[in-house]
Design a protein around this ligand. Structure first.
Ligand SMILES: Cc1cc2nc3c(=O)[nH]c(=O)nc-3n(C[C@H](O)[C@H](O)[C@H](O)COP(=O)(O)OP(=O)(O)OC[C@H]3O[C@@H](n4cnc5c(N)ncnc54)[C@H](O)[C@@H]3O)c2cc1C
Ligand code: SF4
Length: 595
């Protein structure tokens, strides 16, 4: 039987992958295959118990991710893939829907000056991207939380269940500091009618047919929404790709190699892709990878897919690593530009905490981010110190952990008193016990409720560089000192925030303290940046070949790796817009919000 030649294989299913899976399968129904390393997460399947949560990490021994010997050999295909490099840790997602499964739903366009950076090609100016931002925004159903008015910081929702104290606090601080706070557009489902939100907890099909629940304000967005209230890409772009355009989606498939083929469909590393490619992957859906003898098994023995085109959407790190491995180790794509791996950015991410605030923050309630306060990113841009601060929520399970580990003699005394009271009641048959009141005393003022998390992002120098290290995995050189002015400005604004809310303690990210200087980002960008020629970037910025890897026909990148520099705002909107442009170049069809 002749081997099926697919029109396209999409590697990864985050923003870039989902968009391309949908657009390309619409053009070629039944002829597009998606290969995703993570699992599917249907309604209610995100882990919550301590047992399951502890295993909710990405750990494939072959990849040597874990520093801990005890779990290094334990294979887990969970959502959190945390990669540690010198001076920078990176958090990304693994699962059908990519990092959208654990992201904070914010859809925010960067300010104009970002596109004026010399590294942004002419075809990617703001005026060119505008249309694609609009399309993605419509598909993703972005809107602010209901009941508040972005222009009037005094507004409060009439339904008390829609009040988010954290939003109100951050807006109040912004006003006092003469800063502008705007409500974020959120990719969260509050019903299909924007003006009349569906009551909290009611379910309805979204306009693509997937079942969603009107957000219940549980604050668990970053551990996966068990109500399908987040508009993650598996509920729109991927949903339509699979259910309407018959894309074939394979999960727990980790792509290992991409090799061009000759006119007879045979692997030919010297070819330029004109005849297509073969994509090799590990199938881990039934047998763990560690039991498949990965060290000794050549990639040529793995399951493979023959395809005319390949869209690599494995995220900034995943895409850069896969292409680098193919260029430098497997030598299957030897002609990729020497710029591969350059211009990594952590998007200026920085995390800090204001503890023991005077007023309640209510940090466990509501969608995980609701507003941003501008510090010279949008207004009065400062090239070295342009950033925003967003309010972050954390899940209740973490709040219970904080309460559990909070030290204090008074608490021990209170617990003993509660136990004594309980024993008395049990032994003496007392009817009016004080157990309820004791619980109130044990919890006190709940430290977790008076903790504000400040999530900053801004325009860093975007000058990180990936190289292929031992085991053919990337390592990152992040010259943090070049972005130190930004980090200092962020820390100083955080300290000012803490003073405004009369916090007992202000803590910047602990791993940042000298001499460690380790930052953490959830917004990795760059590695395969767009440019007009191969001497400047890895992927073509010409509109008809947008995102195509220089030197290879039909091999595209569509994800955060394309982004030439930090955007300062949350980047998924920009990744989505650029990915729509990649798909348009391939299909020659202008995208609309009708999938
Ligand atoms: C906690 C958190 C909160 C965030 N909040 C926001 C926010 O509010 N707003 C915002 O704009 N951004 C946010 N982000 C960032 C945003 O989620 C990412 O920028 C975005 O998802 C990147 O999209 P992508 O297509 O580049 O890659 P991803 O979404 O990361 O998708 C890459 C996919 O490729 C798969 N993959 C990787 N390697 C392989 C391989 N070899 N074979 C097969 N599959 C592979 C991965 O499993 C993954 O599914 C957040 C991120 C995190 C972690
Ligand atoms: S607050 Fe809860 S219900 Fe709403 S989107 Fe986030 S996780 Fe889902």
């Amino acid at each position: 039987m002749t081997e099926k030649m697919f029109e396209a294989v999409v590697i990864g299913s985050g923003f870039g992958g989902a968009i391309n899976a949908c657009r390309l399968s619409r053009k070629w129904p039944g002829h597009v295959r998606v290969l995703e390393r993570g699992k599917r997460y249907p309604l209610g399947s995100f882990p919550r118990s301590p047992y399951d949560f502890a295993r909710n990490i990405w750990n494939v021994p072959h990849e040597n991710r874990s520093n801990f010997q005890e779990i290094a050999d334990e294979e887990q295909h969970g959502i959190y893939d945390v990669r540690s490099f010198q001076n920078m840790d990176v958090v990304q997602g693994a699962g059908l829907g990519g990092t959208s499964l654990i992201y904070a739903n914010v859809f925010l366009l960067p300010p104009d000056q970002v596109f004026a950076h010399p590294r942004w090609p002419e075809t990617c100016r703001r005026e060119h991207l505008g249309y694609y931002y609009d399309v993605a925004k419509s598909v993703l159903g972005s809107r602010p939380i209901p009941g508040y008015d972005s222009d009037d910081p005094e507004t409060k929702p009439s339904d008390p269940r829609r009040r988010v104290l954290r939003t109100e606090l951050f807006r109040e601080v912004a006003r006092k500091n003469n800063r502008e706070s705007r409500l974020c557009d959120l990719n969260v489902f509050f019903g299909n009618d924007f003006d009349n939100p569906l009551p909290i907890g009611e379910q309805d099909e979204n306009r693509f047919g997937a079942l969603q629940t009107s957000c219940v304000y549980c604050g668990e967005c970053m551990i996966g929404c068990n109500y399908q209230s987040k508009n993650t890409v598996d509920l729109n772009y991927l949903y339509v790709a699979e259910h309407v355009h018959k894309a074939e989606i394979l999960t727990e498939c980790l792509v290992e190699a991409i090799v061009p083929v000759d006119g007879d469909g045979q692997d030919d590393p010297a070819a330029d892709g004109a005849h297509g490619y073969r994509v090799y992957h590990w199938d881990m859906s039934e047998i763990p990878l560690k039991d498949q003898n990965p060290e000794d098994r050549p990639y040529q023995d793995l399951p493979s897919t023959l395809t005319k085109r390949v869209i690599v959407s494995a995220g900034s790190l995943g895409t850069t690593e896969l292409l680098m491995r193919c260029r430098d180790y497997l030598r299957s794509l030897p002609n990729i530009s020497q710029r591969l791996g350059e211009y990594f950015s952590g998007n200026g991410d920085f995390l800090s905490f204001a503890l023991r605030t005077e007023k309640r923050v209510g940090s466990t309630y509501g969608p995980v981010i609701t507003q941003y306060t501008d510090y010279n990113l949008f207004k009065n841009p400062d090239p070295k110190r342009a950033f925003i601060v967003e309010d972050a929520a954390f899940p209740n399970i973490m709040a219970w952990m904080i309460e559990g580990i909070r030290p204090g003699f008074s608490r021990t005394v209170t617990i003993l008193r509660a136990l004594k009271d309980f024993a008395r009641r049990f032994a003496g048959g007392r009817q009016a016990g004080r157990v309820g009141s004791s619980l109130r005393l044990v919890m006190g003022d709940a430290a977790s409720d008076r903790t504000a998390i400040l999530l900053n992002m801004g325009v860093d120098e975007s000058d990180g560089r990936f190289k292929l290290g031992p085991n053919n995995r990337i390592r990152l050189d992040w010259p943090y000192r070049n972005s130190i002015a930004l980090y200092r400005a962020i820390i100083s604004s955080g300290a000012a925030f803490a003073r405004r809310v009369w916090a007992g303690l202000f803590l910047p990210l602990l791993t940042w303290t000298w001499p460690f200087r380790r930052n953490i980002t959830v917004h990795p960008l760059g590695g395969c940046i767009l440019a007009s020629e191969a001497s400047e970037g890895v992927t073509n910025s010409e509109r008809s070949r947008f995102g195509e890897v220089f030197g290879y026909k039909g091999l595209y990148v569509a994800d955060g790796a394309l982004v030439p520099s930090a955007v300062g705002s949350n980047p998924s909107a920009t990744i989505a817009a650029l990915s729509e442009m990649v798909a348009e170049g391939i299909t020659e069809e202008k995208p609309t919000a009708d999938l």
